[in-house]
Design a protein around this ligand. Sequence first.
Ligand SMILES: NC(=O)c1ccc[n+]([C@@H]2O[C@H](COP(=O)([O-])OP(=O)(O)OC[C@H]3O[C@@H](n4cnc5c(N)ncnc54)[C@H](OP(=O)(O)O)[C@@H]3O)[C@@H](O)[C@H]2O)c1
Length: 265
Amino acid sequence: MSNEIEKLSGFVVVTGASSGIGLELARLAAKDGCDLLLVADRDLSAGKAACEAAGAKSVRTVECDLATQSGVDDVMKAIDVTQVDALIANAGHGQGHAFFDQEWHEIAHVIDTNVKGTVSLVHKIGKRMRDRNAGRILVTGSVAGHMPGPYQLVYNSTKAFIDDFCVGLHNELKETNVVVTCLLPGITDTNFFKRADMEDTRAGQSDSKSDPADVAKDGYDALLEGDTQVVSGFMNKIQTQFADILPDNVVAEMHRRLAIPGGGK
Ligand SMILES: NC(=O)c1ccc[n+]([C@@H]2O[C@H](COP(=O)([O-])OP(=O)(O)OC[C@H]3O[C@@H](n4cnc5c(N)ncnc54)[C@H](OP(=O)(O)O)[C@@H]3O)[C@@H](O)[C@H]2O)c1
């Protein structure tokens, strides 16, 4: 049974839509003429204007912290009983530096945003989709989920959760018309490194960062095709396969060099 479709239609919820990969994903849904609900924890006016300019049928916004229950509740209140045709659960952020140099509230915010907030929205909205046997869910994981991540330890572990969670959920739903796809970006040119305080690292200073528009297109196309997951970018595909076969200690050492503070100088 092919789950391939030409384009998205109807009502699409996009989290993390104020910048980077999420803004580009929202722009693609706008080009398909969807009704949009954009979610982020800071100013969404630019995202709203960009999606209106790209042809969205309508654009509403919710500014909330998805690391909190009240943030998730705000999104569900804004959706109310409206049928969600696609959920793009992309919001996430990292945290650089050694694990014991991080403050607990920062660590908890990464876990609560990337795992609890994301999975809570997938559960609430995905269950409605399963009950009516229709809908699509794109979740932004990461190639980092395939690597033990010294100096970005908790972040990589949250993405390991998300990467596996999506493949498992896709399988659970394989006899339904509900599709779950995971997008695994590599190092991408967004606000991510600034927010994670990793601009002085080799990853943060990499001059071969992916373009967020290309990464978004890879994820969007994979969702339309009904794929389980997509690693965006040829070199990232190779890197992820190596990370899966090399001993974990070797991969951890490779990640250490990429993420150690000051390593970019
Ligand atoms: N950039 C990379 O190298 C890379 C690689 C692999 C995976 N990713 C993943 O790609 C996704 C998008 O990140 P990006 O690279 O596009 O970075 P970005 O430009 O910083 O975008 C992150 C988005 O998520 C939102 N967000 C973060 N924490 C939130 C929270 N607690 N509540 C609500 N919204 C929140 C941000 O909102 P505000 O800006 O308004 O705070 C922003 O809209 C993330 O899941 C990230 O982990 C990024």
